[in-house]
Design a protein around this ligand. Structure first.
Ligand code: HEM
Length: 181
């Protein structure tokens, strides 16, 4: 994944646990974090997974919790990193924004040609909830999506009930989401 992602993990850890915690995590993951990740450079996914695994072990949190916190943090971090206008452009309501996630990642590909983005599809249900399909070439990131959804809901001054319904096949997860505010 692009260095932007690994830098965000660093930002989250340093904000909440300090720079020494980040150094310990890099040592544990056997990664030279000292020289820093370049945001616009593509790195092996194994580095990101190693960082999440080491953060989980070092901080005594399960990997799902780390990924969920990371997802929520991502919605703030990308604004700090200059993607605020892009986020604003992609929708004035949470629904509209979710429906535009694929075109947003498509646009991002213009500056990150090696991007391997996820794909989202929202199906409105008769009861007012939505089924959100998340498809990815990567395994194990469903908890990150839960955090992302929470972060996005805050951004739209809303609150979501989120249920991970199932994973009908590898690389495909279904969530039921309902706006409660
Ligand atoms: C403008 C803000 C955003 C930027 C710049 C951005 C960029 C990226 C980048 C660079 C990656 C790593 C993939 C790679 O390097 O191949 C990624 C992955 C991902 N993004 Fe975004 N993204 C943004 C917003 C969002 C939002 C709001 C969501 C909400 C659902 C989202 C969902 C994901 C997920 C789930 C992944 C993990 C990769 C996977 O599932 O395979 N992103 N994004």
């Amino acid at each position: 994944m692009y260095g932007l992602v690994n830098r965000a993990i660093q930002g989250l850890v340093e904000n909440q646990f300090g720079t020494e915690a980040w150094e310990r995590i890099c040592t544990r993951a056997d990664i030279d974090g000292g020289s820093g990740f370049v945001a616009m450079e593509a790195y092996d996914d194994a580095i990101t997974y190693a960082l999440v695994g080491a953060a989980s072990a070092e901080l005594g949190l399960d990997a799902g919790t780390v990924l969920e916190s990371f997802g929520e943090y991502w919605t703030l971090y990308t604004i700090e990193e200059g993607y605020g206008d892009m986020l604003t452009m992609m929708g004035s309501t949470l629904e509209e924004f979710l429906d535009n996630l694929d075109s947003m990642h498509d646009r991002i590909r213009a500056t990150m040609p090696d991007l391997v983005p996820p794909s989202f599809e929202r199906e409105e249900q008769p009861d007012g909830s939505s089924i959100l399909h998340y498809r990815s070439e990567r395994a194990g990131l469903a908890p990150m999506v839960q955090g992302l959804l929470r972060g996005l809901a805050k951004r739209f001054d809303s609150e979501l009930e989120i249920e991970h319904v199932d994973s009908p096949e590898p690389g495909h997860d279904r969530f039921r989401i309902r706006e409660v505010r």
